[in-house]
Design a protein around this ligand. Sequence first.
Ligand SMILES: NC(=O)c1ccc[n+]([C@@H]2O[C@H](COP(=O)([O-])OP(=O)(O)OC[C@H]3O[C@@H](n4cnc5c(N)ncnc54)[C@H](OP(=O)(O)O)[C@@H]3O)[C@@H](O)[C@H]2O)c1
Length: 312
Amino acid sequence: MKAVYINAYGGPEELVYGELPDPVPGVREVLVKVVAASVNPVDWKVREGRLKFLSGKNFPMVMGTEVSGTVVAMGDKVEGFTPGDRVYAGLSHRGGGYAELVAVDYRKVVRIPDELPFIEASTLAIAGVTPMQAFTLHYPVKPGDEVLVNGGSGGVGTYAVQIAKVLGARVTAVCSTRNAMLVKRLGADEVIDYEREDFRKREAAFDVVLDAASNAFFPETKRCLKNGGMLIKLNLSAGSLLLSLWSRFFSPKKLKMILVKNRSEDVRWLIDQITSGKVQVVMDMTYPLEDARLAHEYSQTGRVRGKVVLEV
Ligand SMILES: NC(=O)c1ccc[n+]([C@@H]2O[C@H](COP(=O)([O-])OP(=O)(O)OC[C@H]3O[C@@H](n4cnc5c(N)ncnc54)[C@H](OP(=O)(O)O)[C@@H]3O)[C@@H](O)[C@H]2O)c1
């Protein structure tokens, strides 16, 4: 099969488009013929070796952490799937998605309806389920809550703004001038242009701040939280870990770092929101599989609006 893989951790130049043996599904695995592979910042963080403790050292390492496609074969102990099913599949940090075929544990595979295009379906969990879990598991958002999404125009942010609206929140999105109309269109009640105003300077204004831009540090951000409010960070760091422990016991304002959990029921919830028209998948760019390097370089600019996807 054709795949995009690395033989060593490093820059985008490490990405190789070439031939690898077809994967063989294990007894509990489904073999998926990939149609689309989402490109997420975690992919280039894995490529750079920043998440070695999760991605391991098994080279050649095929990149890609989530895909959509059709089922072509399955192991003996797989239940609930038949060849031809259209599916979403969530992979681990060990990757496998930038390829024509991938074998996935059937419990991480979810059937998708005919009306959901493959390109959109490939983006469901990392960008979409992350904010869904932030606003339901970690800080259960209630109608009328004030939610701020820092980085409202990116992959996570565009989903986050809409999901917070579905949950009944009043949403403030932070982005640059060029993306203000986009986040308004997605339902943001207020837009803060970070080139003109620092949201951190607002006083006790928000119940929850989701930091998809990774630049909201707790000591300076807690001022804008209400008592009982929470800053949710998406990137792990030792400093934030210590502060989150401290905040748990000693502060009325909390800090939490989260890692998306691969839960099929959450992917299904999001599919329902999309097919009922409450959430739209915002697409920025698609690239053919062989141009994965260009897709990584674009993602690394930090200027992506919505999602980037590889077409296989
Ligand atoms: N913990 C987890 O489970 C988890 C899950 C998913 C993602 N993540 C992490 O979450 C982060 C966001 O992911 P993503 O897919 O949303 O990334 P992304 O799509 O690359 O985000 C790009 C967006 O960030 C905005 N941005 C850049 N600088 C900003 C600033 N100073 N203030 C506000 N917005 C700014 C950009 O808007 P402008 O062009 O308008 O500046 C752009 O629209 C990544 O670090 C990713 O690794 C973690």
